[in-house]
Every structure is written in structure tokens, then in C-alpha cells.
Design a protein around this ligand. Structure first.
Ligand code: IVH
Length: 676
């Protein structure tokens, strides 16, 4: 504290240091330990004392002062923040058997008989990463797509449970702590009461309230929301010896005064895991925070490393969910929703009922077959289930309660929005409206998707406004957003000059974007945000992706036959290509993506045929290596074959390759290709 401030008397600096420490200690007692040791009045006195000193000697104000938690001015948007190591998700299990299989897999991989696990609640909130440099909180970011999130530092600084400086004698040079921002049950209820009283938005559940509060651009609003935090992992630790187990890591965090969940434990084997799950499920109603299951992690960090990761989740961890909560209610209506891709989805409109603390009044019925399978009818009493953040669903019909005059459900033959005759595509269960963007429901869906946060992120373009834009015929395609006219926009109901300007600015801002966002924003069926990211990384340029054939697409790790076909279908429609051209003409730009994975996959797009006996490896091994490098191995030589790999005694395939002028490689040449 005294560094670089020789002009202030040492006594004063010491006084301020004590005030910081004491106020933060009381914050910790109150917000983390839940046991305040002074009255609110005394706390306020301390705070005021510090504030007064800072007013008198502004040089005393530092970013880590407790008075500076809520100081920042509102942002116009969040800046991206890239994670030092990827923030992953978890694989889920619902059944006990999946848990014993997980334990067996872990023991087999490690070749040991018994294993310890760190176990903890699966908190229902928002994942966050906190970076402390030399013990000072310097950055807080959301998870985002796993590699880049949003910088929410100024909001996180308002969370009193999170220390601005780490406590303890030995502090790491750098530590990145991960955990869950959440809202306690009681705080959530209180917040909703206040919101309702003020006529403000009421949140559906604690998780939404936490997420919404964290995403406020004005930190003063976040500061009024009762957010709290539990840590559950460390991404990076530098400048200090790492503990050897996850549980010791959590203990270490505790010494820094970082909040960790008190219900965490260490257990042995499948039995231990299942007992913990049962115990926590029993405790769940009496615990102050929401959880939707428990998480198991192999405790020893070296072993975690040995076991490694698959795709976007660690292989050494598992989320074991709790059984969903159920309630009974009445089906008042079955209505039809038309989605972004034209699919007609029956939705049960229910008499409102609380399921797991959340008011439910709609439940998706998925599709026509599903309604018939359950024989669900208007007037029925049904069991409704809700699991965590999953959309509520109808589990079953209680037939004994069925009134006499009910009629079986009939799927409409016409789109309820545009009246086009619906089609059922062969092999698909779904019924679709074929009218594309000429159907207002689909256009609305496309526009909402296009402007959503993970797509073009156009702030201020909400559903209501989209509806108005469609009704007033200002927008007939996503590309039209880029030629909106300020005057016509300002003329819309509830639209002032200022909000029209803001929207146009937001649209303008979205032009400077990334390839992954554009791919996702196009709304290609079966292409979610993470697939879009993979495609961007593997193709680097939109034009290359647009021309890719099935084989090339299938070489991307996350792309299977369905996604490949969806991409080919999409890019073969001339209207879609036209929209892409219009977007480019409107000024959408994105940097080409360095072929990160492509360079690790030097054989991407190449087809191989293997023949004869190889010396250094079996053909099966060669096939594995080629596939891992992005290549494909097929059985017979054709004009499309890139290489024939010929071992000893090659036979007929070699002749054919020579006739077709296919390049022939010996084993050595293959090895050098693979190591390129
Ligand atoms: S560990 C290394 N532990 O669940 C694995 N995650 O489905 C990374 N979550 O995004 C996650 N409680 O936000 C872990 N005790 C816990 C958790 C937890 C909640 C969330 C987390 C993550 C999501 C994955």
C-alpha cells in the first residue's frame, strides 16, 4: 500500500491498510461465512471512516479499496476476454450404472484398483473465470464459447464475496480461478419481491436472475443484485507450488479467502460417489443455494492429466444429475409454434404450476408423433417435469382424470402463421412449413437468431421490434437489416429518434465480426455455435466452406453426416448464396481464421488406399494415423484417390493406381507425409 506514495505519512497508510483488511474481513464474514461479527451500523462506520480519509487524501484511493467496488461507469458493451486454458463443460449422467461405468473407466485408464474422487454440488449459476496477478483481481470473464468469453470485471468487483485481493502469506504470481456466480434461494426470492413491487422484470429462477445481473452494462445495477460465488477449479497457477489434489487446491483457495462450497468432500469408489449423490439429494431442499446434481472429479491432479479430455469436456469428471421434479396440472390448449426452420411444434398450454420452484405454463410436445404416443388431449391432467435449466416437458397423461368429451390431437395441415400447406419430409418426424422466409414466423426466427448474442450480437433488436420490422415490411430477409432507414425506423411505435440511432449503430457495429459468428448466424440447420467455431477453424474462409464437398466436411472432427448434409443443402440454395453476397456487399467483414486445426491435420481432404504388407505398422495402425491427421482411408482405388500406399506384394490395386495415374507412396513416404 505504501509503495510509491512517500508523501503520505506512514501512520495514515497503516490506518488505511487496516481499514481495508477489516472491511474485507467483515465482507467475508457476512457474505461467505454467513456469520457477521459486527452490526451493520459499525460496518457502515468503518466504511465511512475509510471514505472520509479517501476524500481528504485522494492519493489513498487504490483499485483494491473496498470503496472502489462500485465505481465504474456503465459500458456500451462487454469486451471479449480470451481464456488462458479452455473453459470446458461436463459430461452428464443420470443413472447409477453410468456412475459405476465412469469409475471403472477411470480405474482401467489408470490401471489401479481403487480411486479417490473430489465431490461437490453442481451449482446452478453462471461459470466465471477470475484472474489474480500478484494477488490482485485483474480480470473476470464469462465462459463464452469456452475459448473467449466476455470481460465482466467491473460487475464482478461488486460481488462482495469475491475478494479484490487474495489473503494469505504465500500468494501466487498468477492464478486463474473458476467457479459459479449464483444467487441464493432466499436472496432470489427477496429480489423478485422487490422487482415486482417496483414494476420491474421478475426472473423465472435464480440462475436466470444471476445471469441477467451479471450481464448488466451498468455495474451499479449489478451491485444491487445479491450475487455470490463458489470456486470449483483452477485453470492456471504460476509462481507457487501446485497442490497434488483437487481437494487440496480447494483448501488452498480457502486460505486465500476465495469462497468454496462447504458441502464438498472426498470419497472412495462407486459406493462413495453414489452415497454422496443420495446424501446431497436429501440435503438439497435445506441448502441455501440451487444445484441440479453433483460433480465427481478424479482427485489427484496428475491422474486427471493422465486421463485427459474428450472434445469439450474432461474425461476425469462427471456431473451426476438429480431426478427432475414433477407436478400435476391441466392442459388448457395445444397450440402450434412455427420455428426458425419452419418446423411446426405442438406446445401444451398449461394451467400454471410450480415445478421445482419455477412457474411452468407451457411445455413443448416435440412433434405430432409424441402427442399421439402420449395420447395427450386438451382437458387432460398431466404430469410435468423440469430438470435444471431444461425446458419443461409433459411426462405422462393421467388417464383416470380424463373428462368424457376429449378429442385426439390433430396436427394442422396448414401453417398457422402463413397458411401454406405443410410438408412432411421423408424419414423425418417433423412437419414443416415450406414457405421459408416468406413465412413471418420463420423470418422472425431467422432475425432473432441472426441478431442473438452468439451470432451477430445486435443489441436492442428484440422480438417486439423484429415483429414491427416485419409487419411494416422494412425487413424481408436478414440482409435487409443492413439497409434500415433511420426515419422509417424512428416512425415505428415505441421507437424514439434516440433508440433508432442506437439500433442503427448496433447494426453497424455488428459488421465487424468473426467467421464463426457469421456461419452460426446464417441459421444453417444443425449448425450450432460450437460447430460453427470448428468449421471456421477448419476452413478459415467462408468461400472455402461454401464449396466444400461431403468428404471435406466430414474430415472436421465435430461434423457428422447430418451436419455435412445440412451445410451442403444450405449452400446449394441460390437464395442463401444471394443473402451471403448481400451481407458482404453491406460491408460485413471478418478476418480469415488461421488454420489452427488444419495445420495439425495435414492430410485433410486426402483419400488413401492401402495395399500390400507394411513393415513398421499394421494396416489398421496406418489407417488410424491417417485418419488422425485428417485423411480418409477407402477400400478401392478410383480417380478420386489421392494416394495409394503400397507395401510388399501389392497386387491388383497397384496396377489400377498406375493406370489411373494415382500417386503411389511407399511406407517411408507415408511416414514423412504424416509427420509433415
Ligand atoms: S467443473 C473441469 N464443478 O457446470 C471441468 N463445474 O456443465 C469444468 N458447474 O460450465 C467444470 N458446478 O459452470 C465444475 N462443482 C462444479 C460445478 C460446475 C457447476 C457448471 C460449470 C460448467 C458447467 C458444465
Amino acid at each position: 500500500m505504501s509503495d510509491g506514495r512517500p508523501e503520505l505519512p506512514a501512520r495514515l497508510l497503516e490506518k488505511v491498510r487496516q481499514l481495508h483488511q477489516s472491511i474485507e474481513q467483515h465482507n467475508h464474514n457476512y457474505y461467505v461465512l454467513d456469520t457477521p461479527t459486527i452490526s451493520d451500523l459499525d460496518y457502515d462506520r468503518l466504511f465511512r471512516e475509510l471514505k472520509d480519509l479517501e476524500t481528504r487524501y485522494p492519493a489513498l484511493i487504490t483499485s483494491t479499496s473496498p470503496t472502489q467496488r462500485v465505481g465504474a461507469s456503465p459500458l456500451s458493451s462487454f469486451q471479449p476476454a480470451s481464456h488462458r486454458t479452455a473453459m470446458l463443460s461436463l459430461n452428464n449422467a443420470f443413472e447409477d450404472q453410468e456412475v459405476s461405468e465412469f469409475d471403472r473407466r477411470m480405474r482401467e485408464t489408470l490401471e489401479i484398483d481403487a480411486l479417490s474422487y473430489a465431490v461437490e454440488p453442481k451449482l446452478d449459476g453462471v461459470a466465471i473465470s477470475l484472474v489474480y496477478e500478484d494477488g490482485i483481481l485483474v480480470e473476470a470473464a464469462t465462459r463464452g464459447d469456452g475459448s473467449t468469453g466476455e470481460n465482466v470485471t467491473q460487475n464482478i468487483r461488486t460481488v462482495r464475496a469475491i475478494p479484490l485481493t487474495l489473503s494469505g502469506k504465500v500468494i501466487p504470481g498468477l492464478i486463474e480461478i473458476r467457479g459459479e456466480i449464483h444467487m441464493r434461494k432466499l436472496d432470489f426470492e427477496r429480489l423478485n419481491q422487490t422487482q415486482a413491487k417496483r414494476g420491474d422484470k421478475v426472473f423465472i429462477n435464480a440462475r436466470n436472475a444471476a445471469a441477467g445481473s451479471l450481464r448488466q452494462l451498468n455495474p451499479k445495477i449489478t451491485a444491487r443484485r445479491p450475487l455470490t460465488f463458489f470456486a470449483y477449479a483452477v485453470g492456471t497457477l504460476e509462481g507457487m507450488k501446485s497442490p497434488s489434489t483437487h481437494s487440496e487446491m480447494m483448501d488452498l483457495l480457502e486460505t486465500f479467502k476465495i469462497p468454496v462450497c462447504p458441502e464438498r468432500a472426498v470419497v472412495e469408489g462407486t459406493e462413495g460417489l453414489l452415497n454422496y449423490h443420495r446424501r446431497l439429494e436429501g440435503l438439497r431442499p435445506s441448502l441455501p443455494y440451487e444445484m441440479d446434481g453433483v460433480v465427481y472429479k478424479v482427485n489427484t491432479l496428475k491422474q486427471q492429466e493422465q486421463i485427459g479430455f474428450v472434445a469439450r469436456a474432461p474425461r476425469f469428471a462427471l456431473a451426476h444429475k438429480f431426478v427432475a421434479e414433477e407436478a400435476e396440472t391441466l392442459v388448457e390448449e395445444i397450440s402450434i409454434q412455427v420455428g426458425r426452420t419452419g418446423v411446426l411444434t405442438p406446445v401444451a398450454r398449461l394451467k400454471s404450476v410450480f415445478v421445482g420452484g419455477v412457474k411452468v405454463s407451457n411445455a413443448t410436445l416435440h412433434n405430432e408423433d409424441e402427442v399421439h404416443r402420449k395420447d395427450l388431449r386438451v382437458g387432460d391432467t398431466v404430469k410435468v417435469r423440469r430438470a435444471g435449466d431444461v425446458i419443461p416437458e409433459v411426462v405422462s397423461v393421467i388417464l383416470e382424470n380424463r373428462p368424457e368429451d376429449t378429442k385426439p390431437f390433430v396436427m394442422p395441415k396448414h401453417c398457422p402463421v402463413c397458411d401454406s400447406e405443410v410438408v412432411r419430409i421423408e424419414g423425418e418426424i417433423a412437419v414443416r412449413c415450406p414457405n421459408g422466409l416468406s413465412c413471418k414466423a420463420q423470418l422472425k426466427g431467422a432475425l432473432s437468431h441472426f441478431s442473438s448474442r452468439r451470432a451477430m450480437d445486435i443489441e436492442g433488436l428484440g422480438v417486439k421490434l423484429i415483429e414491427q420490422l416485419i409487419e411494416s415490411k422494412q425487413v424481408l430477409s436478414i440482409a435487409d437489416l443492413y439497409s434500415l432507414d433511420h426515419e422509417r425506423l424512428a416512425g415505428l411505435e415505441r421507437m424514439a429518434d434516440k433508440s433508432a440511432t442506437n439500433l442503427i449503430n448496433a447494426i453497424e457495429k455488428s459488421k465487424d465480426t468473426t467467421l464463426a459468428r457469421v456461419i452460426y448466424a446464417l441459421g444453417i440447420r444443425n449448425v450450432g455455435a460450437s460447430t460453427a467455431l470448428d468449421l471456421a477453424r477448419n476452413f478459415g474462409e467462408l468461400d472455402v466452406l461454401m464449396e466444400a464437398d461431403e468428404m471435406r466436411l466430414l474430415a472436421v472432427p465435430e461434423v457428422g453426416p447430418i451436419v455435412a448434409l445440412s451445410l451442403i443443402d444450405f449452400f446449394s440454395v441460390s437464395k442463401n448464396r444471394e443473402v451471403i453476397n448481400r451481407l458482404k456487399a453491406a460491408g460485413l467483414t471478418w478476418p480469415s481464421v488461421p488454420l489452427e486445426q488444419g495445420s495439425l491435420r495435414p492430410l485433410l481432404g486426402k483419400t488413401f488406399v492401402l495395399t500390400g504388407t507394411l513393415e513398421g505398422m499394421t494396416r489398421e495402425e496406418a489407417k488410424k494415423e491417417i485418419t488422425a491427421a485428417g485423411g480418409k482411408v477407402t477400400g478401392s482405388v478410383s480417380k478420386k484417390t489421392s494416394y495409394l500406399v503400397a507395401g510388399a506384394d501389392p497386387g491388383g490395386k497397384l496396377k489400377k493406381a498406375e493406370a489411373l495415374e494415382v500417386t503411389v507412396l511407399n511406407e517411408e513416404a507415408l511416414m514423412s507425409l504424416l509427420s509433415e
